[in-house]
Each structure stands twice: as C-alpha cells, then as structure tokens.
Design a protein around this ligand. Structure first.
Ligand SMILES: [Zn+2]
Length: 71
C-alpha cells in the first residue's frame, strides 16, 4: 500500500493539548505531515518558548537572550 503523501497538511496545536488542561485549546496551524512528525519527535510536547530555549541551550551555546512575543 502506498504511503500517504508526506506533504499532506496535518493540524498542529501550537501549545500542545497536554499543556493546556483546563484552559481553552490553543491556536492551531496546518503543517506538512513529515515536518509535524519530525517536530514532535524532536520536541515532544514543548511549548514554543521551550523549543526556542532548547535550541539556544542545545545548539547555540546559550549565546542568545531571546524575547518571544506572540502576535
Ligand atoms: Zn502537533
């Protein structure tokens, strides 16, 4: 059986559902399935702020002070 096209769009919760218990669900966006799977494999249920901080500490040597403001 042929695998579903990996560029098929899937719904991603920007703040993981597991992190918003008891609060309204966060915004979603549509992302290609392959990118979506890779992101969750790498970041699990981290929030956007935690993902950026992970990059800063893991790959950028903590050399950035990051201010992140949601639009
Ligand atoms: Zn997702």
């Amino acid at each position: 059986m042929k695998r579903k096209h990996q560029n098929a769009k899937t719904v991603h919760h920007i703040i993981p559902r597991s992190r918003v218990a008891g609060r309204p669900l966060s915004a979603t966006c549509k992302v290609p399935e392959q990118i979506h799977n890779l992101s969750h494999a790498l970041h699990g249920n981290r929030t956007p702020e935690e993902i950026i901080e992970w990059y800063n500490e893991t790959l950028w040597g903590g050399q950035y002070e990051i201010i992140m403001i949601r639009k």
